[in-house]
Design a binder for this molecule. Structure first.
Ligand code: SAM
Length: 239
């Protein structure tokens, strides 16, 4: 069975869309999109030989394999302009996702929707949307096997609408996620609770250090922890 994470990603693929899944590994998402009749056509893109072979094998088992194309290559180079309506990139760091988008900009011609699931560095992805004419239209956060996942969905648009008229600055919302914040998602408490613990540990370590820069760093970390505390207080008040 497919994971809750991949199912949620699939739920953001428009019905009948032509979809490219970049970094598809075993092509589980691409298969699901075909079997459930969500996508009319899928491209499963893979950089590495092992996962590429696994994707070929997986797609070959499907009745709908004539509506799939498994391609080996780096990022969006496997997609021709105008070939797909939506692009999914999941299970990688935000930095790698942004670099794939950045290097493949001309391949995004005709793409109407991006569905991205960065494992870390969500802020980088939200920033890239703003700087490149994409508008965040939906966000999800979910927990599976004790791990938190965020899914960011964007469509073409120049406005900063999701960030406007909120009780937090745009800079803060780029970090937290404007839609997650609007809904005061209960899992945000978990996410920022973990972040707080992480910084607490770093602070404790630095307090034992006699490096001259340690004091300065401790101050920065304390202000970060204060900010997180503000976020957590708000999240608790609302529930
Ligand atoms: N997308 C799947 C998911 O979310 O379950 C698989 C995630 S897996 C952790 C990341 C996959 O991306 C690996 O199979 C890796 O080979 C592939 N990958 C990494 N960099 C890539 C790139 N630049 N272009 C295409 N695939 C890439």
């Amino acid at each position: 069975a497919i994971s809750k994470r991949l199912k949620t990603i699939a739920s953001y693929c428009p019905k009948g869309a032509r979809v490219a899944d970049i970094g598809s590994d075993h092509a589980l998402l691409a298969s699901y999109l075909l079997v459930e009749d969500i996508a009319s056509f899928v491209i499963a893109g893979e950089l590495n030989e092992g996962p590429y072979q696994a994707a070929l094998k997986q797609i070959h088992t499907l009745q709908a394999r004539d509506r799939a194309s498994v391609r080996k290559g780096d990022g969006l180079t496997v997609v021709q302009p105008g070939e797909v309506d939506a692009v999914c990139i999941a299970g990688m760091g935000g930095q790698l996702i942004v670099s794939i988008l950045e290097h493949g900009k001309e391949r995004l011609q005709g793409v109407k929707r991006l569905i991205l699931q960065p494992n870390v560095g969500e802020e980088l992805v939200r920033r890239w949307f703003i700087e490149n004419g994409w508008e965040l239209v939906a966000e999800s956060i979910l927990e599976e096997d004790g791990i938190l996942y965020e899914i960011l969905v964007a469509e073409r648009g120049e406005t900063h609408a999701p960030y406007a008229n909120k009780d937090r600055s745009m800079e803060e919302l780029l970090r937290i996620g404007p839609f997650l914040w609007e809904r005061k998602e209960p899992l945000l408490r978990e996410k920022w609770g973990h972040e707080r613990e992480k910084w607490q540990k770093v602070r404790t370590q630095l307090e034992r250090s006699d490096k001259p820069q340690a004091q300065e760093r401790i101050k920065q970390i304390e202000s970060e922890i204060d900010w997180i505390d503000g976020v957590l207080t708000c999240l608790h008040m609302d529930k």
